[in-house]
Design a protein. Sequence first.
Lengths: 215, 194
Amino acid sequence: MRPLIAILRRDLIHAFSRSGALLPIVFFLLVATLYPFAVGPDPVLLGRTGGGLLWVAALLASLLPLDRLVLEDADTGMFDQYAVRGIADETVAATKIMAHWLSFAPALMMAAVPAAALLRLDGDMLARIEIGLAIGTPGLAALAFGTASLTTGLRGAGAIAGLLMLPLAIPLLIFAAGSLAPDGTGALKLLAATSLLLTAGAPFVAGAALRAMRE
Amino acid sequence: MRATARLALDKIACVRGDRLLFEGLSFALGAGGAALVVGPNGSGKSSLLRLVAGLLRPAAGSISRTGELAWLGEQPALDGSQPLYRALSYWADIDRVDKATVAECLGYLGIGHLAEVPVRMLSTGQRRRAGLARVIMSGAAIWLLDEPANGLDAGAIGLLQSAVARHLAAGGIVIAATHQPLEIGDALIVDLGA
């Protein structure tokens, strides 16, 4: 347990100290600010499309730190040191996924409040977005870390990771957007199932990728 | 605990890419035992150490060990942006080592005055000393040192040799891969070039 707490704390300090954690939030708010300028301030249109837009922004925001999630630690040999101490790669990956989630999801959920105001979304819609974000962002974090570890060491890894992740993120996006509809409970359950699947599977994918990197 | 430290390699073969680096390699070390892995570049010295560390899997054979490992690899595994003391404290925390020991090891290796300097500002040799400090303070019984003398000056090599001697006297095990002459008591020489 002790090493895991140390890893979690180090990753969080890293994320917050390099303003890396601020970037996704600024990006998220930027999208919400620019969108009404692009499509016009029609409240009906904004109300209908705003929720989905916020989800697209959330998805892209989780991708922003992708290139440094794994690369730096792999380059400096941190993973070797964990392995020598008998800490399983899967455990390290799960811990780092949690750190990544903590570094952007809670702040994103807070930023969703002003973003919803900018898009003139009503309270009901905001509540549905927040519930969806709470359920869906662990899946996003897991997916981001999994793809980052699969592509670490490749040339142009950031772009490839994005390309690899996007199709896998589409189910999340579809169910998240579906959950915004008034009768969206079914979609919300599917969102939860998808997110759970990704969160449970990603540590194993990432662990295998970290091991393969050493070979 | 250290008196029971043990490491045994049984008919190990190592394949990297499509190349067989070595095969049928067997040796065993008990408490206080040391091995010096030598051989020309590319003969598999680092690979042998990574096999023992569990970072690579042997193509054949088996490795058994009793005792924890400390690994000095090519990379420092320290946060470049953090001051040396903080970066080492991270590992001290994981290895359950108290702060006094961190400071003591830094002092022993002659880098105590660099405690507040960010790791990325350190020279190669200073980083190497920091890596050694992590190995020494870890309290692990089995030390795996990959080219430990790389980048070290004569004074630091002396410190390294006396640290190894102390560790062996306390019942530890040391395996070092090196292409430089390194004086380690009556170490078993594992020549991969032969």
